[in-house]
Design a protein around this ligand. Structure first.
Ligand code: 4UW
Length: 548
């Protein structure tokens, strides 16, 4: 029997995201509650301002570019307080948002734009050149590349997002309602269990459900009235909004629950500590490498972080030693959550009360979740037995865009999603993730798809064959991508040659995909009879090397 969530389950409203956030009857905070703040400029958005700006933006999309239901807007920016209004403005006009990492190279961005079929791009001045080049590559007209957050720069003749409405004239358009369980709200990119990044189709209902599920699981501990002054919880948002963790847990949770999001464009430890102290931040969503810094860096000692009541870590495994080190140093508890792009994302979280009794667990099932661990023969396992985690619920994605084969491999006919993660549950319903059977590498929470790097490396003139795996680096609490390379005759097999390959790839990919785990020479890549790379063999090799 699959395990069911033990939380109470109120009905999920049958509305799209706009209806869920902006037409609700039960909003527990006022329209002038400040939801998004930029701590560096003090610029902010209240709930009402987000709504008004989103409508203006949505009107502009319709007036300027005849925005139709299902049209895709790509977002290529760092975290910014304008992002929420752009997101829901796109939905207002019936569109779908596809967020991309601003560190992407032109080719990486062009891949996503083309795959998602994007009609326009919103970016920032810092990234305009890449955005315009990528747009040109895939045939998006340059006047469909808009900037936000910065002043207009006449050299590029780009539109600023707030000016779109003005450009549009006086016409008035009506909102396009989405069908919650059919129409897409987001196309985020994930490599899933194998291959290249794929468009994860998330419907309005997926995100509505997950936002409600997270609120229930947090047990009312985060609210519009919590925190030291009773003026609501404050969460520091440095995790990227383009990744599903930030998209749902930060942007959507804050707007639904009415707590304040203090938005950082990028992570810097000193800035992070200063903002926590000055703004009296009460809760943090983190990833394990940030926990390492909080446990070890001398910078942290200069600041008072005592207003933080709890941290939530996810996107990669967190060790017991780190949880204890941070608690001993800062007296801040850390609980774990778990999820994936394909599950919108959160499926599990530790209840606040169990952070120190179940260290190492990713928590219990959120409402509406059914889960089971399965053997390689696809037999359901009992508590304590280790297997692959399968999950079912209203937050499970609709499939991979234009990829029926990938979708059929990931989703069973009865609606289970095969996570590619391995673990077990105990008799009390606490879940543990102990390993991964999918290819995916996680560098500091960011996805790295081995197949993507292998594809690029195979075009290197001196490489005959190659396999990429992740090797765990304990000091930084992260995996690092490493390439095992079979060189063509003539390559020296020297350290200089290795470095040259690392640098060569580094010029072609975003920073998080660099071969930080180095290059190793091999005579032959271990492969199965059908030609699949035997990554396990390489992982064992890496561990043996580690142990000397
Ligand atoms: N322990 C071990 C974990 C864990 C983990 C994720 O890039 P994606 O698709 O998505 C994410 C989502 C992170 C996330 C979701 C919900 C949540 O509450 C939370 O915070 C606590 C974080 O990263 O990568 C999905 C893959 O990331 C790994 C796992 O392999 C999964 O398939 N992963 N969380 N706590 N591994």
């Amino acid at each position: 029997m699959p395990t069911n969530s033990s939380y109470p389950e109120a009905p999920i409203p049958d509305v799209d995201l706009w209806g869920f956030l902006f037409e609700r009857k039960d909003k527990p905070f006022s329209d002038d509650k400040v939801i998004y703040v930029d701590p560096h400029t003090n610029r902010s958005y209240t709930y009402a301002q987000v709504k008004a700006t989103a409508i203006e933006f949505g009107q502009g999309l319709k007036a300027l570019w005849d925005w139709q239901k299902g049209d895709v807007l790509a977002l290529y920016t760092t975290n910014c307080i304008d992002t929420p209004a752009i997101t829901w403005g796109t939905h207002w006009a019936g569109g779908v948002l596809s967020p991309a990492n601003p560190a992407y190279t032109v080719d990486e961005l062009a891949f996503q734009l083309k795959d998602a079929g994007a009609k326009a791009i919103v970016t920032q001045m810092a990234f305009i050149k890449n955005a315009q080049e990528a747009a040109t590559k895939v045939g998006i007209p340059l006047d469909h590349v808009i900037v936000m957050g910065d002043e207009r720069d006449p050299t590029y003749r780009v539109k600023h997002f707030t000016s779109i409405r003005k450009t549009a004239g006086s016409a008035r358009y009506r909102r396009t309602k989405a069908k919650p369980d059919q129409d897409l709200a987001f196309l985020v990119y994930s490599s899933g269990t194998t291959g290249h990044p794929k468009g994860v189709m998330l419907t309005h209902r997926n995100i509505v459900a997950n936002t409600m599920m997270i609120k229930v699981a947090e047990g009312g501990k985060l609210s519009s009235t919590g925190g030291p002054g009773g003026d609501g919880d404050k969460i520091l948002a440095f995790l990227p909004f383009f990744h599903i963790y930030g998209l749902t847990c930060l942007i959507h949770q804050s707007m639904y629950s009415g707590f304040q999001l203090v938005v950082m464009p990028r992570f810097d430890l000193e800035d992070f500590c200063k903002i926590v102290q000055e703004r009296k931040v009460t809760f943090l969503y983190v990833v394990p490498p940030i926990v390492v810094l909080l446990a070890k860096s001398p910078v942290v000692s200069k600041y008072d972080l005592s207003t933080v009541r709890m941290m939530n870590s996810g996107a990669a495994p967190l060790t017991k030693e780190l949880v204890e080190a941070v608690y001993n140093r800062l007296k801040i508890p850390i609980k774990q959550g778990y999820g994936l792009s394909e599950t919108s994302p959160t499926t599990h979280t530790q209840p606040w009360e169990t952070w120190n009794t179940q260290i190492g667990s990713v928590g219990t099932l959120l409402p509406y979740q059914e889960a089971k661990y399965m053997s390689p023969e696809e037999k359901e396992l009992k508590p304590g037995e280790v297997g692959e985690l399968w999950i079912k619920g209203p937050n499970v994605f609709k499939g991979y865009l234009n990829n029926p084969e990938g979708t059929a491999n990931a989703l069973t006919p009865d609606g289970y999603f095969k996570t590619g993660d391995v673990g077990y549950q105990d008799a009390d319903g606490n879940f543990y993730i102990t390993d991964r059977i999918k290819e995916l590498i996680k560098y500091k929470g960011f996805q790295v798809a081995p197949a993507e790097l292998e594809g690029i490396l195979l075009s290197h003139p001196s490489i005959n064959d190659v396999a990429v795996i992740g090797v765990y680096e304990k000091e930084e609490a992260t995996e690092l991508p490493r390439a095992y390379v079979v060189p063509k005759d003539g390559l020296g097999r020297t350290d200089d040659e290795k470095k040259a390959i690392v640098d060569w790839l580094g010029k072609r990919v975003a920073g998080h995909k660099r071969l930080r785990g180095g290059v190793r020479w091999l005579d032959e890549i271990p492969k199965s009879a059908s030609g699949k790379i035997l990554r396990r063999v390489l992982k064992v090799k890496a561990q043996e090397e580690e142990q000397g």
